[in-house]
Design a protein around this ligand. Structure first.
Ligand code: ZN
Ligand code: ZN
Length: 335
């Protein structure tokens, strides 16, 4: 084949997005979105080796706006690498020339330096994500790449998928760093997009993926194998066969082994646990809030602020959140 025709268009008879046979109208889908590549990066590399599939046009279109959102909202974290600076400059240029303005404005508004009256130490900017949209796109990328490598359609709705995004100052946890350093690099253009995956038979065939964007952001996607026999997966496959699921699950239990897999949350068939809100009632009683409904209200406000601040755990930030929540509550209720 002529090199310029070496598009990685994979011939298939099914749409990997819905798992149903292909039928017109179709569109070409890039599991690794082209828009991750800034135009100057596209010019520099020949990105024709990006994998593409034919999919139903409607299935493709159903992801369009979430893919735009994904790229736009993660792009500010990409600064500092060649590909990241390029995609950031491109977004800024689009913004100035009026393209994609509503979306960019929305994303920028999520960078709220003062969410709900909350000021964080060091002028830290708070980013609020629409987590479900990011999760949906990360899972689509994994589904497309898994389809490419394994020829298997992963369900769009699958209960045992955990997606975590590591960007900015927070370092990824040990299991991610360990996995990224040892697993094989699969991306054709790793400075822009790279990915690594492996399966852990000792943990019920847990699948572990790391997507690396612009050499700056790591997206960790963990999921149970489509054939997993745990209760959650079994009932997702066969909603009405409870008996079967118990038998199957009992025959497939095994202890996790190895330092990487031990830290994985997958054995319990749950996505990674959300961090626990660390402030307690006592923190607010100490700040003069009386026990009763007011205390409950303040705790809720503080938890929202903590959530909006991306779950900080250091004492200085937590103390600032507590102080500002109390100040705001006191002001709003003229106490
Ligand atoms: Zn489809
Ligand atoms: Zn499972």
């Amino acid at each position: 084949m002529h090199p310029s025709l070496a598009m990685k268009k994979v011939q298939t008879k099914i749409c990997y997005l819905c798992g149903k046979p292909l039928s017109a109208p179709t569109d070409v889908d890039h599991p690794v979105m082209q828009q991750l590549f800034a135009p100057e990066i596209r010019r520099k590399h020949n990105v024709s080796e990006l994998v593409t599939f034919d999919v139903h046009r409607a299935c493709n279109a159903a992801y369009q706006s979430d893919e735009d959102y994904f790229v736009r909202s993660l792009m500010p974290f990409a600064r500092g690498s060649v590909a990241g600076d390029a995609i950031y400059a491109k977004a800024l240029e689009d913004f100035r020339t009026g393209r994609q303005v509503p979306l960019t404005t929305m994303v920028l508004s999520e960078f709220d330096p003062n969410p709900s009256g909350l000021l964080l130490p060091g002028g830290k900017v708070v980013k609020r994500f629409d987590g479900e949209r990011l999760r949906r796109v990360a899972w689509k990328m994994v589904r497309g790449l898994h389809f490419y490598h394994a020829g298997e359609v992963l369900p769009e709705e699958w209960p045992t998928v955990g997606v975590q995004i590591y960007a900015g100052e927070t370092p990824p946890p040990e299991d991610v760093l360990c996995f990224v350093s040892i697993a094989q690099s699969r991306g054709r253009y790793p400075g822009v997009f790279d990915y690594k995956f492996d399966k852990f038979p000792e943990s019920n065939d847990l699948h572990y993926w790391a997507l690396l964007l612009w050499d700056r952001i790591i997206v960790r996607v963990i999921f149970h194998d489509p054939a997993c026999a745990c209760d959650t997966c079994t009932s997702a496959r066969y909603p009405k066969t409870g008996e079967l699921s118990e038998v199957a699950a009992a025959s497939n239990d095994g202890p996790a082994a190895g330092s990487v897999t031990k830290s994985l949350p997958g054995e319990a068939c749950q996505p990674p646990a959300a961090p626990k809100f660390p402030l307690k009632a006592a923190d607010f009683i100490a700040r003069g809030i009386a026990e009763g409904p007011a205390l409950g209200h303040v705790l809720t406000l503080a938890e929202d602020a903590w959530f909006a601040a991306d779950f900080p755990l250091d004492e200085v930030t937590l103390s600032a959140i507590a102080d500002q929540t109390v100040a705001r509550f006191t002001r709003d209720h003229r106490l």
